[in-house]
Design a protein around this ligand. Structure first.
Ligand code: IVH
Length: 626
């Protein structure tokens, strides 16, 4: 019609505005099995704790010797390769762990990545995962263009033209699997030996070690050895070798319980504090940051170092003008470790921590922690909602971040810029942007605006879990957001929450405690917060939590009282949850089963009898499980 009658073409006709140019955005692909992160340990003490938790979970004796597969942690970019019938079908970057970018052609330029595998024992359908990296001697040749080797590997993997990727000699070392049909291996070390047989490169430094002391000894030895290795390592990965134990242990939020990364110690440098800034975080935390004379520490220029909190400043008596030693470890924020008092000027003055929020002037206070019965070390701005400017900016940055709404076209810098230009004040403003105005701004053009629009449009379909997490409610991280989403099921139920809501209901969710309930109450008692949810709901498509549950305990609820034998409470809980059952935190009419171990709480048993709830001893519970 428009062709025939050009006069009817309106300014907002869809024919003028269909789709968006994805430009350098690669196609996305969902990982069949999530790509996880690793928890970190830095010291022997951390490591002891890591193992203790595992032994507790498995209800193993304290002296049980766990066998670990010890592997160097290469500081590169992880990639997942899908092979079907021996042919490389997809190569995907990690992305947010759930969904990555399809970079198959670029990965195919890497010589270490086999494109066809004819070994007869190679599985028919498997995702092989490993690290893409660049060796230091190769990096030196191109270091003008990149800050460090990791950036170089990442940049080259994300080239639009695979011929550009090919110019940079990338390497690949395999270390694990994602999706794996019929995995018959029983140990990680066995799997690694097969990776080699199938034609993948594996690290020559992989080892099997048991016992904390042996792990520590090996770590120390490696700390020196690593400087003779021609690529960057930022620690050692410890994985429980036995797949059966790995399966029993499972995962927390986005990291396995059965593995951790033991980081190498930090590199340090000296510099001078030029100023102390107070940064205000999303949750109102006031963090003092030292602006220091730029100094190169281990290949990275450092000009900021965190001073953590007021107590830390007092303890070290840090002052503007002081000469300090600064440490940087891997991706951790650099921090000040000591002051050179001999060099201190006599005119220097003690640093006074502000008693009011430097951004909005609200009172700052320290929270009381009910568990430790102590006041927090951190001072926080006491304002709620979007009253405090600095907090608001941080909340919006959180809202768009990878694990939240994942609006990758709208980076942190753009949020700050749009805030200064008064384009954005609340999260919902993002979905009301006047693109024609943005196009006129300095640094923006048709293509970049089209990319921005594309990534905003794409983010509009979101799960309830991610939506709740993106609101940035204090103490509601990814794990708790998931618990809340599973409980509320539909955005309609979230919309029912306001100041008058019965927040105590949330205490029935195992994992949600008084701290979270208090924080939810604060959040929903603020009208602006409630209004933001309302508006966002109109703009977004928030999916329901689907009842894709399987297992024999669907909609059944459990409570454990007393000590179980041979199985920890955490593992019992995880087994119940695997069968789609739920754990309650008190005996009430919604409870189906009360499981009793040694020395149960009599009150709970009496109450359960009163309410006619099924009471199971441990052996009956285990029968039910099997
Ligand atoms: S295992 C199941 N093994 O570390 C846990 N990861 O912080 C995750 N990495 O994204 C993967 N060397 O990029 C594993 N031997 C190794 C590794 C390794 C380096 C990286 C990988 C991952 C990150 C997790």
């Amino acid at each position: 019609m428009e062709k025939k009658h050009p006069s009817i073409i309106s300014k907002d006709s869809p024919s003028l505005n269909v789709g968006f140019t994805p430009s350098k955005n690669f196609k996305k692909l969902k990982h069949r099995v999530q790509m996880l992160s690793l928890s970190n340990v830095f010291s022997k003490e951390d490591l002891i704790n890591f193992e203790k938790k595992i032994l507790n979970f498995l209800d193993f004796k304290k002296d049980y010797k766990i066998e670990y597969s010890v592997e160097p942690k290469i500081d590169g970019i992880s990639a997942s390769l899908t092979y079907k019938k021996g042919k490389l079908i997809y190569g995907v970057s990690r992305g947010d762990g759930k969904e990555g970018e399809l970079i198959t052609e670029n990965l195919k330029t890497i010589k270490d990545i086999p494109q066809k595998i004819s070994h007869k024992e190679f599985p028919d359908d498997i995702e092989i995962r490993g690290e893409v990296f660049i060796e230091n001697h190769d990096f030196k040749k191109i270091s003008n263009n990149f800050a460090n080797a990791r950036n170089a590997a990442s940049g080259s993997l994300r080239q639009k033209d695979p011929n550009e990727t090919k110019k940079i000699p990338l390497k690949f070392i395999a270390y694990t699997f994602g999706y794996f049909q019929n995995n018959n291996f029983s140990k990680q070390s066995e799997f690694i030996s097969y990776l080699k047989k199938w034609g993948f490169k594996v690290s020559e430094y992989n080892k099997i070690i048991s016992g904390i002391d042996n792990l520590i000894f090996n770590h120390k030895e490696f700390e020196n050895k690593r400087f003779n290795i021609d690529y960057d390592l930022d620690g050692l990965v410890y994985k429980i070798n036995d797949f059966n134990l790995q399966n029993r242990l499972g995962f927390v939020a986005n990291a396995p319980r059965w593995a951790t990364a033991h980081k190498f110690s930090a590199k340090s440098g000296s510099s001078q504090i030029l100023n102390i800034d107070i940064q205000i975080g999303r949750t109102g935390a006031l963090t003092p940051v030292a602006k220091i004379k730029p100094v190169n520490i281990g290949g990275v220029t450092v000009s900021n170092a965190t001073l953590h909190n007021e107590e830390e400043i007092l303890r070290k008596d840090l002052r503007v003008g002081d000469y300090v030693k600064i440490e940087r470890a891997g991706d951790v924020i650099p921090h000040v470790i000591s002051v050179d008092l001999k060099k201190r000027s006599q005119k220097s003055k003690k640093f006074l921590f502000p008693s009011k929020c430097p951004s909005c002037g609200s009172k700052v206070s320290k929270d009381y922690n009910f568990t430790t019965k102590k006041y927090d070390a951190v001072r926080r701005c006491s304002s709620e909602g979007y009253y405090c400017e600095k907090m608001s900016i941080e909340k919006i940055k959180h809202f768009i971040s990878k694990d939240a709404m994942n609006i990758d076209g709208l980076g942190k810098k753009v949020v700050e810029n749009f805030w200064d230009l008064k384009i954005i004040r609340y999260p919902y403003d993002i979905f009301d942007l006047k693109y024609e105005n943005i196009e006129k701004l300095e640094g923006w053009g048709k293509l970049s605006v089209s990319n921005l629009k594309y990534s905003i449009e794409k983010s509009k379909k979101v799960s309830l879990e991610k939506f709740i997490f993106s609101l940035g409610i204090r103490h509601i991280g990814q794990e708790n957001a998931k618990l809340m989403a599973d409980n509320l099921k539909d955005i309609k139920n979230l919309l029912k929450i306001d100041a008058k809501y019965n927040f105590q209901k949330f205490l029935n969710i195992d994992g949600i405690g008084e701290t979270q309930v208090k924080s939810l109450k604060n959040f929903f008692s603020n009208e602006i917060n409630v209004n933001i949810i309302k508006k966002l709901t109109q703009q977004l498509t928030i999916s329901k939590v689907e009842n894709k549950k399987t297992g024999k305990f669907i909609d059944k609820t459990f409570l454990i009282t007393g000590k179980l034998n041979g199985i920890s409470r955490a593992e019992a809980k995880s087994k119940i949850e695997k069968q789609s059952g739920k754990i309650l935190s008190s005996v009430n009419k919604n409870l189906n089963y009360l499981i009793t171990g040694d020395k149960p709480t009599i009150k709970k048993i009496n109450k359960a009898k009163e309410l006619n709830i099924v009471i199971l001893e441990q052996k009956d519970f285990l029968k039910l499980l099997d």
